[in-house]
Ligand binder design. Sequence first.
Ligand code: AMP
Length: 448
Amino acid sequence: MKTFAELELTEPVRRALVDENYETPTPIQAQTIPPALLGRDVLGCAQTGTGKTAAFALPILNRLGKHNRKAKPNLPFVLVLAPTRELAIQIEESFSTYGKHLRLRQALVYGGVGQGNQVRALKRGAHILVATPGRLLDLMNQGHIQLYQLEVFVLYEADRMLDMGFLPDLKRIISSLPDKRQSLFFSATMPPKITELSQSLLSDPVSVNVTPKSTSVDRIEQRVLFVERNGKQALLKEILCSPEVNRTLVFTKTKRGANLLADKLVRSGIRATAIHGNKSQSARQRALEAFRRKQVQVLVATDVAARGIDIDGITHVVNYDIPVEPESYVHRIGRTGRAGAEGIALSFCSGSERRELRAIEQLIGMKVPLADNQPEPRREASSNPSSGGRKTAQQGRTPRKHGGSQGSSQRPSARRAGEASGDESKPKPKKRSRRRSQNRTRSVKQST
Ligand code: AMP
C-alpha cells in the first residue's frame, strides 16, 4: 500500500485526510488499517509518535460512517481506553479531526473533574467513547455507561496502563465487553504481561510489530552530559539560552522537583510552566495549551507527560533527572522528533544516576554518546554518589550547540562549584565566592 487514496476508505474520511495533508500511511497504519477495515482484531506494537491514533481511528470512523445510526443514550458503539487524561483528550481531538465530515457524536470521560458534563454527554448519546479506566468504571457502576452494544474496543498504550497499575480495572472493564466485538490493541512495548493480556482480549489477531524492541527513535540525536545535581540547574539555563533551543520539554523525577524547577526558570526570565499528576486537570490542560501555543518555551514535566503527548516542534527533550524505569527514557525522548522531524535529547546524569543510565543503554542497545567536549566521567563518580558538586561536577561540559554535533565552550568552573538545584532533597551549597559567580555569568553569556 502506498497512499491513503488506495485504501477503501469512505469519502468523508478521505476528505479529512486530504484536509490534514496526509498522503502516505505510516508503517503502523499501512499494516493495521487494511485488516482493521475487514473487521479483524489487531495487535499493534509501535512507539509513540508513529501514527497509532489514526491507525485505529480511521477504520473506526469508516465503519461508523457507513451506517447512518443515531447514537443511543449511554450505549456507545466504540470504546477507546487510554491511560492518561491528556492522551484521552488527544485521541478525542483526533477523532474530531478525522471525523469532521461525518455526523458522529463523541464523549470523553476522565477523572479529576466533575462528572456532570460527562454524564450529560453520555445521556445525549455518543457513538464513540474515549475514557480513562478509573472514571469509566465509576460511571459504569453508576449505570451511566453500558457496554452490551459495543462493537469496537480499543486499548491504547496498554503497557503504560499496566505500568500505572490499571490491570485490575482493565480486567473488570474487559469482562463487561460483549463477546462479539472487534478489538484493537496497541502498545509501545510488548512485555510478557501485555502478551498475556492480549491473548485474553483478542481473537485470531493480525499482529503488527513495527518496532521489534523498544529502541530509541533513530532520528533523535541523543547526548549525555555528566553533571552533578547541584550543577544541573545552571547547565539547563545555559542550554535554554542557546538560540537553537526552542521548545523544550524537561523531565524531572518528582512533582515537587518539577514545580521548583519551573519556578526557578521563571525567576530567571525563562518562560516555563510545569505539568504533573498533582495539578488539577484544568491546570494541566492550561500548561499544555501554553506550551502548544508557544506562550511558554519550557514545559517541565514528570512522566505523566511522557506518553503520547503530541506537540509538534519540540526541538529538545532534557532529562533533568535520569528516569528510574529505562522504558520511560524511550517514551520521554519520543516527545521530540515527532512526525518525521528531527529532535535532540539531552540527559543530565549525576554520579548517583549512572546505574539508571546503564540500564537505559542496555535497553536501547547502544551507548548514549557524550555531548561534545565531554570528558568520560571519572570512575569514582558512580561509586561515590555523595561526593560534592565541586569534585564530580567537573565532569560536566556542555555542548556549544546543543544539537550535540558542534563543539563546546568550556563549562564554567563556577557552575562546577554548584548552585542551588531544583531538587528538593539537595541542600544548598554553603557559599559561592564572588569570583566564581562572575566567572559563571561571563561564561553563560559567551555561550548564548
Ligand atoms: P500519533 O502517534 O497518533 O500520536 O501521531 C503522531 C503525529 O503524526 C501526529 O501529529 C499526527 O497528526 C501525525 N500523523 C499521523 N499519521 C500521519 C500520516 N499518515 N501522515 C502525516 N502525519 C501523520
